[in-house]
Structures are given as C-alpha cells and as structure tokens.
Design a binder for this molecule. Sequence first.
Ligand code: MEV
Length: 439
Amino acid sequence: MAEGSRIPGFYKLSLAARRQLVAERAGLALGDLEHALEAGGLDTATADKVVENVLGIYGLPFGVALNVRVNGVDRLVPMVVEEPSVIAAASNAARMVRHSGGFRAEVVESLMIGQVQITDVEHPSAAVARLEAAAPRLLELATRAVPNLVARGGGPRAIDVRDLGQRCIVLHVLVDCRDAMGANLVNSIAEALGPLTAEIAGGTLGLRILSNLCDRRRVHVTCRVHARELVSTPRASRARGAEERNLDIDSLEVVDAIVLASRFAELDPYRATTHNKGIMNGIDAVVLATGNDFRAVEAGAHAYAARSGRYSPLAVWRRDGEDLVGELELPLALGIVGGTLRVHPTARLALQILALESADELAMIAASVGLASNLSALRALATEGIQRGHMSLHARSVASAAGALGDEVELVAARIAGIGSITVEDARRALGEVRAGDA
Ligand code: MEV
C-alpha cells in the first residue's frame, strides 16, 4: 500500500470517486473492481452451486476501513457489515492508534486442531500412553493424508492425547494449514487417523472433526493511544476557554473512564459479552469480506473468552502514563486460499485490496480492526454515549436518501440531527432550505 491507508475526507467523496481511489491505491483496474462489486459479486447460477435450495442472492454493504497500520504496514481493510457506524468507528480509532505507530500483532503457533474421539476404552491411562508412544507412526499416517499441504510446507506437527473420563479419550492432531483456514484438511487427517487410533487405544471409534476452539492458532494484538488523541474536539474545548493543562486532564479522564469500562467487562460477564460483541463487529466484517467462516470464528472467540470458567473480555485496556494501552488475544483461523474464495469474486477482490502475503497477515489485520472497534465503542460509551455518533451517521444516510449531494449531505444531516427528527421527510424539507440559501 504505497500511499498509505490514510485518506482524509474519503467519506465525503461520491461512491464512484471512492472506487477510483481504492482501485488506484490497491493497484487494480477500476473495471475489475467494479465487476467484482457488481450485485454483490456472486451471480445466481454460481450461488445455486454453492449451497442448496437457492432462490437468489442476499447483498450486504462492502466498505473499507481507513488508517489501519499493522506492524508498520498500511492497509485498506475491506469490511462487509450491515450496521451503520462500524466502519467509521474502526477507521476513527485506527487513526488515533496510528499516531503512536499503529497496531503491533503476532500469530501464536498457527496450528489447527483435529480431534479423534475413542469411546469404551478399557484402560484409558494405558491407552493414552500407547497412543503417545505411537505418535511418530500416527504423524506419518496423517502426513500421507495431505500430500498437497505438505508440498506447500504445512502438515501435521504433533499429537496430544487426553483422558476425558467415562472411558472416553480424545486424540488431538495439530496441523499447520499454511494459508488455508484448514477445516477440510484437518477433517481429512482426523478421518485418516481414526481406525489406527481406535485400534491402538483398544476402544470404539467416535467423532473425527476439527475443533473450532483453535487455541493453538491465536492472534495477539496491542496498541497504544496518547490521551490527547481520545479527545475528539480539542479545538472546541479550547473555544470553551479550557487551558492546555485542563485539556490534558480532560483527556486523561477519558483514559481512566475507558480503563473503568474495561474493568467493568472484566468483572461482569453480562458486560463482557457486549464488550466482545463490539470487538467482533470489526473482526466479523473483515472475516465476511474475505469469504471466511464467521461462525467458526465466533464459536472459537467465545469459547476462548470463557476458558477460565468465567466469560471474560477478549481485550483489556490499561493506563500507562498518559497513554491508553489495549491488548487483544483470540483464536482466529482464517484462510486466503480455497473455500469461498474459489467462487466469490468480491472475496477475492477484498484480498487484493488487502495486498496480503499470508493468512497470518489477514488474521493480524482482522484482530487489529477488532481492537479498533472495541476502542471506538469504549471511548464513545465512556464519554458522550453511543447514540450521538450513531444518530449523526444515521442523519447522513437519511440526508443522502432525501437527495442531498456533496456538501449538502453534512448540512442537511446537521439540521435534522439538530431538530432531533431524523426522517426522510424532514431531510427533504432541510434540503429545500439549504438549496434556498436559508441560514
Ligand atoms: C454495538 O454494535 C456494539 C457496542 O454495544 C459495543 C460495546 O458496548 O462495547 C457499542
């Protein structure tokens, strides 16, 4: 992304101008970008081959988050989401984080887990020991099941066996799936291992399937924001007569309020659930845009959030001097090859816009957008509340629906938000007044 992901005023451009700009920045032909976005990218005949009982296509908005910098690299991040303000909020928080150098992210291990269940085991602890001793043989068998993955540098890496009680044991095979999400690869391996595992264990073969609690394929992201970045309108505060020092105190209060919001989520599963929903607003939108399995991601994220036995926030925030520091960790199995990407031009377009080199990069970017979404939500909740921002964005889209163009959108949106009645009818009236030059 040679020119970076910062594009001031992007939201004010016409849709055509936004497409043009993103095509240029991503080094794509405008025609290719337009083609991939036409009618959601998927035609009915293709959709009919993807799932069953097809009647048509269900469209969702495709946008890009701006300002995202992960490990020093700028990215325009495609997001698919129906909820207003999610993309703006992520872009806004990413801009604040950018001032301190952007997000730092890493993928921990990058191994998927396949499970083989064995039931009716006569002597479970002896069976566990026999399977552990047979690990080299089992790994060899697993390796033979996925020759193409092995040729790409991936493959089975380790065997883990646990006694679950009630004469049931489970064998885990850990697999490096490289740039694939890996569900099919891992399921193939688990099925290939099944009969030999049951024979060695001396039990009955049960399920053979991946685990979506892929806690050996985790993403860890941190970010740092100086307090001053959290105060949205410093000029407005100054205009109200605040001195520089007071301004600092205000912004540090915002830092403390966000830390308290984080503590609330750490203390209360009811709040942690909504806190995590705000994180998944960002992550799911990237997961969907890139054609990945959002149900798998959701299942893994929430199971991980509950790993201590108590449902907890996936991201926490602390104060460090005048900085707010955020940290997020979750399991994230994403692919940039195979699956939906084979059939969905818009998902392929999303990957081109991201200019990725690996699935790990995609996971780090998606998690960074999740942390940005969380920051934006907590900042709004800890200060003016969430509704004001939502309402002003809603006012903008109502103004556009009423026919406002270019600069008229902001003027009309400000009028209808000001009178507190955000309807198309009021927007049309306000548009008439704006065009008549009525101050
Ligand atoms: C709304 O989609 C997400 C929030 O509820 C998240 C949160 O409360 O942290 C605003």
